[in-house]
Design a protein around this ligand. Structure first.
Ligand SMILES: [Zn+2]
Length: 179
């Protein structure tokens, strides 16, 4: 941190202590050039909303869990680490600025899906199929049809062979069906 007296950028922390309530940290710093001392306070300004699970229980938001979910969905997909980090930052920013005290896992899932949709279609479907818990294959294929980008054939082959889908859609449909 820059010295407020002479503007020198090399200042050292000489003492650091947490307030009694533990809600801020007070630091004494000394300038390496003019040797004057000054104090800084560090406190958290924004809070993540609590995550409300389906069973009604609450849990703390976890950066690691969010990152883990995205990485799992994006496994072996051609998406750069920087893009993934940017997506995570966007999701966290949305949470921090939402002013909500708590947020459902469903809403969090939708935020994740929104980012994955922009990053990679296959990852989006992987994640959506788990998060939305598609009731049937029809809604699953409707979700696929809503996507603008056509899917690589390999990712839908296993679903297409399902007899339930074959019964509801006798003929093989072209992709990009309008809703
Ligand atoms: Zn100074």
């Amino acid at each position: 941190m820059k010295c407020p007296f002479c503007g020198h950028t090399d200042t050292q922390v000489v003492d650091s202590r947490t307030s009694e309530e533990g809600d801020f940290i007070r630091r004494r710093r000394q300038c390496g050039q003019c040797e004057k001392r000054f104090t800084t306070y560090e406190r958290a300004e924004l809070f993540f909303p609590a995550i409300v699970k389906k069973d009604g229980s609450r849990t703390e938001f976890s950066h690691d869990k969010l990152r883990g979910s995205l990485l799992l969905a994006l496994r072996k997909r051609p998406v750069a680490a920087e893009q993934i980090d940017a997506a995570i930052s966007l999701i966290e920013e949305r949470l921090l600025t939402s002013a909500a005290r708590e947020i459902g896992t469903k809403t969090l899932g939708e935020l994740v899906m929104e980012q994955l949709k922009a990053l990679d279609t296959v990852a989006y479907i992987r994640f959506a199929s788990v998060y939305k818990s598609f009731e049937d294959l029809q809604s699953f294929s409707e979700e696929i049809a809503k996507l603008t980008k056509p899917l690589p054939a390999s990712s839908v082959t296993s679903k297409a062979s399902d007899p339930a889908k074959a019964a509801s859609t006798p003929r093989k449909k072209a992709t990009g069906k309008a809703e």
